[in-house]
Design a protein around this ligand. Sequence first.
Ligand code: F0G
Length: 434
Amino acid sequence: MHAELICFERSCRARYAITAVLYNCPQCGGLLEATYTGTMPAAEDLKRTWRARRLDNSPLEQSGVWRYRELFPFLDDYRHVVTLREGNTPLLDAPIAARYGGLGRLTFKHQGFNPTGSFKDNGMTCGAAQAVRLKMQRVACVSTGNTSASMAAYAAAAGLQPVIFIPHGNISYGKLAQALEYGARTLQVEANFDQILALVRVLAERLGIYLLNSINPFRIEGQKSIMVELMDQRDWRVPDWVVLPGGNLGNTSAFGKALREMKALGLIDRLPRLAVVQAEGSAPFYDLMRQPGGARLRAVGHPETLATAIKIGDPVSWPKAIEEVTASGGVVEKATEQEIADAKAQIGLCGIGCEPASAATLAGIRKLVAAGTIDRDADVVAVLTGNVLKDPDYIYRYHTGQLKDPHGETLASTYGNQPIVVPNDPDRIAALLG
Ligand code: F0G
């Protein structure tokens, strides 16, 4: 297969070498994506090959990303691959959450089972492999916490030096702790995510550092594997809906691209509809979808949400995301802080758990079912993007009635579960539990 980078803008479509260090089209400024030409194996052969690889113990085949490499053949040498055995994330039935959402049945694809606890690992293994191939020494990203945790781990594993930029005071300690533990040079900038992204782009160019934000097309290629693995796990039965949280909109772009490509190859016979859910205080994509066609995204200057992973006011991948959501017949919803917090507690009661941004999915499903957009009998998969332990502070505050929204208002501890302090006295404890 021959791989190239191509400008995503329809009016441009300029092409560049797959080894060019570019994040935007030099001609028009558009987003770039990887594109491939050549003959692909038949769909049935691909399905058989991918299934057989699950029994192979080599690191490449044990990776739930690289196992599907025929769908993102951008490397010419798989010795560049850096894998922590990412992907391989489960599909979990969640009856309590289904009932809460108003559905007969709901399945979660839980990306929090990844090595660093989020879906970023699916993309980072590809981004890191490309960095190694390009003989880069340093890699950088701005992050609301998960990208930085993931990049730090993969860079460390690959022998690259990670430099991360995070908004000071606005990421959870679980995520910050990971970056420190994996040895990343960590800069806490006194600015928000969107401002820091602009800063990092300038610095990456000036210092020759390889940028591993989701604007990097190879990250998107890796995140496609989430949809491929999902379909493989479902024996290629396409769900009616795939629901995911939206922040910088890299994942929305990756899922849409994967689904279109799988359909074009005959791996699936139709597209599921994408439902993207944003937090109400950081919902520029929700607003954009309500504008007439051809409108441009209007950034939210001061994005706010306790779901810090999706606290992004100016998502870079919106031009891709809008095309993907539209092509799938999808929708964009938004959820309040209270709705996200309560949905999260319900996911917890399934024995599953997730971080706040991930719970936006269930909060959105509940609203979309109530509005009649999602049918009660629909076959729905929601993608939980991050692990429950990413943000324990939020959980403790919710369950003890101390969780305050960004305006300082205390949220209701609707499904709260207070820990109880007891004396070291068997009689009194027995009486309490009796
Ligand atoms: N869920 C979680 C847990 C995330 O960490 C992110 C993004 C999203 C959802 C949104 O995904 O940006 O592809 O729309 N986190 C990024 C970060 C921005 O820096 O870790 P998206």
